[in-house]
Design a protein around this ligand. Structure first.
Ligand code: PRX
Length: 651
C-alpha cells in the first residue's frame, strides 16, 4: 500500500468546509460513540421540525429499533413547508432538465403549492394515512411531487424504477397491496419513449385491488384508458379553479405522524428469487440523510447539488429527494441518458446550472472515460467543488480520471459506501478532513460502528479480509422487510449476533481506512444496481425451453459486473443462437432491461454439490479462467467439470 498516492483536502476546500480537520472529526465521532442517544437527540432537535418533540431517543430491542418515539413529525413538511416559510422560499428546490432539452426550475414556495395540490387530489380520491401507493415514473419533477404528496398524507410509497418490467412492477404492487399507482404516459430515454403506462396496464391485469391509476402527461402519446380506474393528473388538477378552491387545495395540511411512521418501502434484490421490501420510517431517516448532506457533501447554502441517480433507487430517495430537500438544498434532476444526444450531456448540465457538488456512479464514470477527455474539456466545469461516487467499488484508474479531468485536481471525491438497508451513507470521507486514498470509502461517519469479522464474528485485524458488519443501531436503518419480519431477522441479524450483517466483504488498513471489496452472497452488482442471481435464474426457468439455470456475475470493464447465465435445456432441437437472443429478451421482460444477461452459455449439466446446490463459485472460476465470450457458447466440457465437481461437497 506504501506506493499509493494520498490526496489531502486542499487548504481552499478546508477553509470553507462544514467540518475542518481530523480533530473535529474525531471529536464528533467520539461524542457519538460515547453517548449515542445524546448525540442523535441533540441533532434531531436542531435539524428537524417537530409538531411534538420526541420523548425517547432510542428503544432498541434487537433487531427492532424505534427512534425518537413520542415525537410527531412529517417528512414533507420538513422537506418543503418549513423552507417555503423561510428565506429559502424563492430558492430553487428542483432544477430540472428533460432529455429533449426542456427545463423547469421550481422554488420551495412553488414546490409547496404543487405538492399540496397533488396531496389534495389523493385525499379527494379517498386515500389516507396508511394506504399504500406505487410510483412508476420517469425522472420528472412529478415523481418527487408524488413522493412528497404521499409523505404529506402518511401514505407509504414504493417507487419502482421505470426500467423495471411489467412483471416486476406487478410483484411489487401485489406485495405492498397498493391501491393507487402513480405513473406517466412515458418518459424519454435516448430519444425514444419508454412507455410506462403500457407496463402499468399489463401489470394491473393481475392486480385487482388497484383502484386508481393517476397518469401524468409527459410524452403526449396516445395511451389506452380504463374508465373509472385511470385518471389524468392534469384533469384532476383542473378542478381547482377559482380562488377559493385553489386556496383550499394549496393549503392541504401535512399529517402529524409518529416518528416511526412508514415513509417508504423500496424493493431490492436479496439472495432468494423474491425481492425484499425494505421499510424506512420517518424521523431517523430524515435526520441521517440530511446530516450526511452536511457531513459528506459539505452542503452550503449556495450549493447546486446533482445526484445523477434515478429516484427509483435508494440513492435517488436519499440524495435526490429526502436528504437534500430536508437540508434545504437546490437539487438538479435530469430525465435522460448521460450519452444523449452526445457524450457531454452531464458536463453540459454541470456548466449550464453551475453544479457545485456532483454525485454519480463508477459505471457512469468508466463509460464516459471511454469516450475520451474531449467531451468534458469542451465545458467550463469550474463551478464544481466536490465529487461523489456510489454503488460499487471505484477502481483507482476511474477515481484518478474523475479527480483529474472532471475535478481538475481541485475537488475531493467522496467515495460513499452504503446500502438500500442503511438508508444513508455510512462510510465516507468528510471532505474537509480525510486524506483520500483512491478506491477506499475511508472512515465511518459519526454514530456508525463498523467492524470486519470472520465467520464466527471475531474481528479479523488490520489488512485482513472479512465480513463487514455494523455494531450499533443508527437512525436511518431498515426497520423490517415488508410483510416478512422473520426474513429480516435471519438475513441481517443472525449471522453475527447483535450486529447488522451487510453482505459485503471488506478490509481495514493500518490507518483504519475501510476498503469494500464486494458482495459475499449471491447478489451481483451490475452498473451499481443490485441484482439477485436467484431472481434471474427463476426468470429463466420460467421459459418453456429451460430446464435449469445458474447465474453468476462476470467481471466487466464498464459495468463492474455483467450477468452470465449457464442454462440447461429441456429435450428438443433448439437453435442456440435464436434461443440465446430470446432468453436475454425474456429476462428483460420478466425483470427489466438492466438485468438482461450479457452472455448465455448452454450446457448439458450444471456443477452441483452432492446435496444438489449449484456450485456458483466454480462457474465464476470457469468464467474468470476461460476467455470464451459471445452471446451463445456451448460448453460441452462442463459435463466433465460437473462430474468432477460433484465429488466435492462444498460451495
Ligand atoms: O456491495 C455494496 C455496493 O452496493 C451494495 C448496496 O447496493 P444498493 O442497496 O443497491 O445500494 C446502492 C447505493 C447505496 C453494497 O452492499 N456498494 C455501494 N456503495 C459502494 C459499494 N461498494 C463499494 N464501494 C461503495 N462506495
Amino acid at each position: 500500500m506504501s506506493d499509493l498516492k494520498i490526496y489531502p483536502p486542499s487548504a481552499e476546500f478546508v477553509a470553507r468546509a462544514n467540518v475542518k480537520g481530523m480533530d473535529a472529526y474525531r471529536e464528533l465521532y467520539d461524542r457519538a460513540r460515547q453517548d449515542p442517544p445524546k448525540f442523535w437527540s441533540e441533532l434531531a432537535s436542531q435539524e428537524l421540525a417537530w409538531f411534538r418533540p420526541f420523548a425517547q431517543t432510542l428503544e432498541w430491542d434487537p433487531p427492532n429499533a424505534k427512534w425518537f418515539t413520542g415525537g410527531k413529525i412529517n417528512a414533507c413538511y420538513n422537506c418543503v413547508d418549513r423552507h417555503a416559510a423561510s428565506e429559502r422560499k424563492t430558492k430553487p428546490a428542483i432544477i430540472w432538465e428533460g432529455e429533449p432539452g426542456d427545463q423547469r426550475i421550481i422554488t420551495y414556495e412553488e414546490l409547496q403549492r404543487l405538492v399540496s395540490r397533488f396531496a389534495t387530489i389523493l385525499r379527494q380520491l379517498g386515500y389516507k394515512t396508511g394506504d399504500r401507493a406505487v410510483i412508476y415514473m420517469p425522472m420528472i419533477p412529478e415523481a418527487v411531487i408524488a413522493m412528497l404528496a404521499c409523505a404529506r398524507l402518511g401514505i407509504p410509497h414504493s417507487v419502482v424504477f421505470g426500467g423495471f418490467s411489467a412483471e416486476a412492477l406487478k410483484a411489487r404492487i401485489q406485495d405492498l397491496d397498493a391501491w393507487v399507482v402513480i405513473t406517466a404516459d412515458g418518459g424519454w430515454r435516448r430519444g425514444k419513449e419508454v412507455r410506462l403506462k403500457d407496463a402499468v396496464d399489463e401489470a394491473l391485469l393481475e392486480c385487482p385491488d388497484v383502484r386508481n391509476v393517476i397518469v401524468y402527461r409527459r410524452t403526449g402519446s396516445a395511451i389506452p384508458r380504463k374508465e373509472g380506474r385511470d385518471l389524468w393528473w392534469h384533469e384532476q388538477d383542473e378542478q381547482f379553479s377559482g380562488a377559493q378552491l385553489v386556496q383550499m387545495a394549496e393549503t392541504c395540511p401535512a399529517e402529524e405522524l409518529d416518528s416511526e411512521h412508514p415513509l417508504f418501502v423500496l424493493y431490492t434484490s436479496g439472495t432468494t428469487g423474491k425481492p425484499k421490501g425494505i421499510l424506512h420510517t420517518t424521523a431517523g431517516y430524515l435526520l441521517q440523510t440530511s446530516m450526511t448532506m452536511k457531513w459528506v457533501f459539505d452542503l452550503q447554502e449556495d450549493d447546486v447539488f446533482w445526484c445523477t441517480a434515478d429516484v427509483g433507487w435508494v440513492t435517488g430517495h436519499s440524495y435526490v429527494v429526502y436528504g437534500p430537500l430536508t437540508a434545504g438544498a437546490s437539487v438538479v434532476m435530469y430525465e435522460g441518458a448521460p450519452d444523449y444526444p452526445a457524450f457531454d450531456r452531464f458536463w453540459q448540465i454541470v456548466e449550464k446550472y453551475k453544479v457545485t457538488v456532483f454525485y454519480t456512479s463508477p459505471t457512469a464514470i468508466r463509460a464516459l472515460i471511454r469516450q475520451g477527455d474531449k467531451w468534458p474539456e469542451a465545458h467550463d466545469l469550474s463551478s464544481l467543488r466536490l465529487l461523489g461516487s456510489v454503488g460499487e467499488p471505484i477502481n483507482p484508474a476511474a477515481w484518478e480520471w474523475f479527480h483529474r479531468v472532471i475535478g481538475k485536481g481541485r475537488c475531493p471525491i467522496a467515495d460513499t459506501w452504503w446500502q438500500t438497508e442503511t438508508g444513508a451513507i455510512m462510510i465516507a470521507p468528510m471532505p474537509g478532513v480525510v486524506p483520500l486514498k483512491p478506491g477506499s470509502a475511508t472512515l465511518p461517519l459519526p454514530g456508525i460502528i463498523p467492524d470486519i469479522v470472520d465467520t464466527r464474528g471475531v474481528p479479523v485485524g488490520d489488512n485482513r479480509e472479512g465480513f463487514l458488519i455494523i455494531r450499533e443501531p443508527w437512525p436511518s436503518m431498515v426497520r423490517t422487510i415488508w410483510g416478512d419480519p422473520k426474513r429480516f431477522e435471519e438475513q441481517y441479524w443472525s449471522r453475527v449476533p447483535g450486529a447488522y450483517f451487510t453482505g459485503d466483504a471488506a478490509r481495514r488498513d493500518e490507518n483504519g481506512y475501510i476498503w469494500v471489496l464486494g458482495r459475499v452472497d449471491d447478489v451481483m452488482n451490475v452498473s451499481g444496481h443490485r441484482l439477485s442471481t436467484m431472481e434471474i435464474e427463476s426468470a429463466l426457468v420460467h421459459h418453456p425451453a429451460v430446464a435449469e439455470a445458474a447465474v453468476v456475475g462476470k467481471p466487466h470493464e464498464i459495468t463492474g459486473q455483467a450477468v452470465c447465465a449457464f442454462v440447461t435445456l429441456k429435450k428438443g432441437d433448439w437453435d442456440h443462437t435464436a434461443l440465446g437472443k430470446e432468453l436475454r429478451q425474456w429476462v428483460a421482460h420478466e425483470i427489466g432491461p438492466f438485468a438482461r444477461p450479457e452472455e448465455i452459455r448452454f450446457t448439458d449439466a450444471l456443477p452441483k454439490t452432492r446435496s444438489g446446490k449449484i456450485m456458483r463459485r466454480l462457474l465464476r472460476e470457469i468464467i474468470a479462467s476461460n476467455g470464451v465470450t459471445g452471446d451463445v457458447t456451448t460448453l460441452e466440457d462442463l459435463t466433465v467439470v460437473t462430474a468432477l465437481a460433484s465429488q466435492h461437497d462444498d460451495d
